[in-house]
Design a binder for this molecule. Structure first.
Ligand code: PMP
Length: 420
């Protein structure tokens, strides 16, 4: 499969060779590398992508969820153009930042006040920092399989590039295990940081009872509960927290909320966020040249106000639910050890039919299956992540879903013997 890929993509290969000269491995985003070399994308329009060799793909990755609006949505384009027309580096407070903040606070009722960053990574770093300052404690409970940013990653165990906090690492969806960790460290835990569905970990939803137990234990011990909704905030009109009816103390956001521009935000309880009030003696400083950049603010406002309404969120995630059901029906009908996990518009192929509660459940099956799936889908004109992560963006229609499901059925038939 990979030699056919190499033959089909000479321009991407040449691009990779140029990149190798100036970037280690030709790469500046680890997640985008795969052997023998990654595709180089030339252009996008709605949910279509064209690579350097001119192949067209239906984009079922959508910038790992930041591309919710599709490529160059006319409303986003007009908002970015308006920002450009008004000058982009105003070096002051501007007229847009509080408008985007207002839209976000209205959408997520747990967020009374917020601050902007440039990425989801920074949002989580700042949320941890304020939780430590607020509680005057040092430990942070996270879960194996979590991804909270490029320097806060626990997917393959803690990473050497992680910012060195005093992390405790629990088992996702193991409420009893988390309770004993929290109780054993009751006076030391500043925060519990958790994704309501592990995204990079493989689209593994948290059980409601697990998150409820975290809510109760943090309240009981005076730790802050931080929901990392960088990926999951798109799942409903009020984020995943709205669907679950669980109110975290702090929430971190990113991805599509900046309209496809660089974005992050963190916010929540007013008494916690008040630590950043510059009028306050001894307050926390939080700087960032691009925190309030007008391109992000303008695109973000247009997206939340005019495009990703409550109705749009419900429709997109209903389409995702029905797609995942169809894919899982194919797995069952064909009797293969495959399944798609996830919620709403986010899903991930897994090479096992067994129930999946945490990342250790996802390592079953022949590791070649994900490779073959990826190259098969590319040949069929469907662009997904190398790990099988699949994302719906707003331009995706029933016909695109049909194309994906048909390509997946053909994949199962082609490799049935290997899949088992
Ligand atoms: N948290 C989660 C749950 C994420 O999925 C991501 C990005 N994949 C991040 C944090 C980090 O966001 P960014 O890439 O904008 O730093």
């Amino acid at each position: 499969a990979s030699s056919q890929f190499a033959q089909r993509n000479p321009a991407s290969r040449a691009q990779h060779e140029r990149a190798l000269q100036v970037m280690p491995g030709g790469n500046t985003r680890s997640v985008l590398f795969y052997a023998p070399f990654p595709l180089a994308m030339r252009r996008g329009e709605d949910c279509r992508l064209w690579d350097a060799d001119g192949h067209e793909y239906t984009d079922f990755l959508a910038e790992f969820t930041a591309g919710l609006y599709g490529h160059s949505h006319p409303v986003i384009r007009a908002a970015v153009q308006a920002a450009l027309d008004g000058g982009i580096n105003l070096t002051g407070h501007n007229l847009l930042e509080s408008q985007l903040a207002r839209l976000i606070c209205d959408r997520f009722p747990s967020i009374a006040q917020l601050r902007f960053t440039n990425s989801g990574t920074e949002a989580n770093l700042m949320a941890i920092a304020v939780a430590k300052a607020f509680t005057q404690r040092g430990k942070v409970l996270v879960f194996k399989g979590a991804y909270h940013g490029s320097v806060l990653t626990f997917a393959g165990g803690p990473s050497p590039v992680n910012v060195p906090h005093d992390f405790l690492i629990g088992r996702y969806n193991d409420a009893a295990g988390a309770m004993s960790l929290i109780q054993a460290n009751a006076n030391d835990i500043a925060a519990v940081l958790v994704e309501p569905m592990q995204g990079a970990g493989g689209c593994i939803p948290a059980e409601t009872a697990f998150l409820e137990a975290l809510r109760k234990a943090t309240s009981d011990t005076g730790a802050l509960l931080i929901f990392d909704e960088v990926m999951t905030s798109r799942l409903g009109p009020h984020g995943r927290q709205g669907q679950l009816g669980i109110t975290p103390d702090l929430t971190t956001l990113g991805k599509y909320i900046g309209g496809g521009m660089s974005f992050g935000a963190f916010g929540g309880r007013a008494d916690v966020m008040a630590l950043f009030d510059p009028r306050r003696a001894g307050g926390l400083a939080h700087a960032g040249t691009f925190n309030n950049n007008v391109l992000t603010m303008s695109a973000g406002i247009a997206g939340l106000r005019d495009i990703y309404t409550a109705e749009a969120a419900l429709a997109l995630n209903t389409l995702g639910d029905s797609m995942r059901k169809r894919l899982n029906a194919v797995c069952r009908a064909q009797g293969v050890a495959l399944q798609f996990t996830g919620l709403g518009s986010l899903m991930n192929l897994q090479a096992t039919a067994h129930p999946i509660a945490h990342i250790d459940d996802t390592t079953e099956g022949d590791p070649r299956i994900r490779d073959l799936f990826f190259f098969h889908m590319l040949e069929a004109g469907v662009y997904v992540a190398r790990r099988g992560f699949t994302v719906l963006s707003l331009p995706i229609r029933a016909s695109h879903v049909d194309k994906y499901v048909q390509a997946f059925e053909a994949f199962v038939q082609r490799y049935r013997d290997l899949i088992g």
